[in-house]
Design a protein around this ligand. Structure first.
Ligand code: SAM
Length: 209
């Protein structure tokens, strides 16, 4: 599938109707999401025929992109039942066979590296400090090949240090820096859109013995 076609399909997905501030529910735009998954596949071969998990999948954008690029199996996980319902409808609309699981990522009890690739746009940790790194540490425990994740550029050194020192990463690379438009979802945002710089990361997990 061509990049533009992928971006177009992702652009048609339904997004959060009533975003919940405390869960940092803002969607990944189709421009970023398509490039994230396209890079994962075309530069690293981490999507097609792989088992992929989308952590904090929200309305399913990243997982759906993986399914459209030919992932063998995709599971989307989120704490919020309402979002999972939208994600499931989005997948049905595109006739994609995906699995959705309601859970708190912090309580995920999967044993071993049962996923090939994790993709995620975790909460940035602006509402609950450390939420981003909680997601990353769990992702690096269950993935065997790679974790792709978006983090605020201002946290770059912290993310690198924590991933390598505390979270089971053998490497941590910033693939590119992107402009992320957080839409005007919340009353405390004064401008129509809040534009922030985010890093697209690729982490490689240490192999379990
Ligand atoms: C920034 S949004 C990203 C949504 C979606 N991945 C996307 O790219 O459009 C973060 C998502 O993480 C979910 N979330 C927040 N805390 C969570 C937790 N502890 N466990 C599971 N999901 C959580 C939210 O409900 C929300 O859907």
């Amino acid at each position: 599938m061509k990049l533009k076609q992928l971006e177009g399909l992702l652009g048609s997905l339904e997004q959060f109707y009533n975003p919940k501030i405390e869960l940092e529910q803002y969607p990944t735009g189709s421009h970023i999401a398509s490039r994230m998954l396209y890079t994962a596949e075309n530069s690293f071969g981490d999507v097609t025929n792989k088992v992929v998990a989308d952590f904090g999948c929200g309305c399913g954008t990243l997982g759906i992109a993986a399914a459209l690029l030919g992932a063998q199996h995709v599971v989307g996980l989120d704490i919020d039942a309402e979002s999972l319902e939208i994600a499931s409808e989005n997948a049905d609309e595109l006739e994609l066979d995906m699995e959705f699981v309601q859970c708190d990522i912090r309580n995920l009890r999967w044993e071993g590296q049962i996923i090939d690739t994790v993709v995620m746009n975790p909460p940035f940790g602006t509402r609950r400090k450390g939420a981003d790194m909680d997601f990353l540490c769990v992702a690096l425990k269950v993935a065997s090949e790679a974790v792709y994740s978006l983090h605020k550029t201002t946290t770059r050194e912290h993310v690198r240090r924590t991933a390598l020192r505390d979270c089971h990463a053998s490497s941590a690379e910033v693939l590119c820096e992107l402009r992320y438009d957080v839409p005007h979802l919340y009353k405390f945002h004064k401008k129509k859109e809040v534009d922030i710089a985010v890093d697209l990361w690729r982490f490689v997990p240490k192999k379990n013995q």
